[in-house]
Design a protein around this ligand. Structure first.
Ligand code: ADP
Length: 180
């Protein structure tokens, strides 16, 4: 599902973040150490190979809401943007910290002349952020940011399950209404 807002295509798909070969940058739901782990970080580091962890080492640790950019190594993209989401119920204010993840990731994409970015649903795995609330924050921030984006022309949300994709689709159609 897609919506065009301020000249930017915002879309929601079901899929694997490590298998998005038609976007310039993919976003990693990273840990503070920027090393491999479960979920998104595991999939990205597995597909990228050990060079990614090596490039990440001097950039770590990062704090919730922060983002850093690296090469993509074995992934079919040009860059990986690593951002640390808030742990729900622990890193506060969680809504602002989650919003910063998306804002800072998009700012890095702009600085690096990246035309297309794919995000996973940051913080909604082991970090425990309820999916609907996370979808609301993610989509609101991205739709707001479309007003300022100059180089980024596609923002894709990649959800691992059909059910999660449906939640994001519902939110996108609700929030994009009237913004076209
Ligand atoms: P966090 O630590 O920020 O919560 P996780 O990686 O644990 O990050 O999970 C974030 C979200 O990404 C969860 O909704 C999870 O189901 C989903 N996810 C896990 N693996 C993948 C993948 N390979 N591609 C896309 N999404 C994934």
């Amino acid at each position: 599902m897609q919506r065009e807002v301020n000249g930017v295509t915002v879309e929601v798909v079901q899929g694997d973040i490590s298998d998005q070969e038609d976007v310039v940058a993919v976003v990693n739901a990273a840990n503070a150490r920027l090393q491999t782990g479960g979920g998104v970080a595991g999939a990205i580091h597995r597909a990228a190979g050990p060079g990614l962890a090596e490039e990440c080492r001097p950039l770590a640790p990062i704090s919730p809401g922060e983002a850093v950019i690296t090469g993509a190594h074995g992934l079919p993209n040009d860059h990986v943007i690593h951002t640390l989401g808030p742990v729900y119920g622990q890193d506060r204010p969680e809504e602002e910290l989650l919003a910063r993840c998306y804002r800072n990731s998009l700012a890095l994409a702009e600085e690096n002349v990246v035309a297309s970015v794919a995000f996973p649903a940051i913080s909604t795995g082991v970090f425990g952020y309820p999916l609907e609330d996370a979808a609301e924050v993610a989509l609101r921030v991205v739709l707001d940011e479309t007003q300022k984006l100059e180089g980024v022309r596609l923002v894709r949300f990649v959800l691992f399950s059909d059910r999660d994709a449906e939640v994001f689709e519902g939110k996108l159609s609700e929030l994009a209404e009237g913004r076209g």
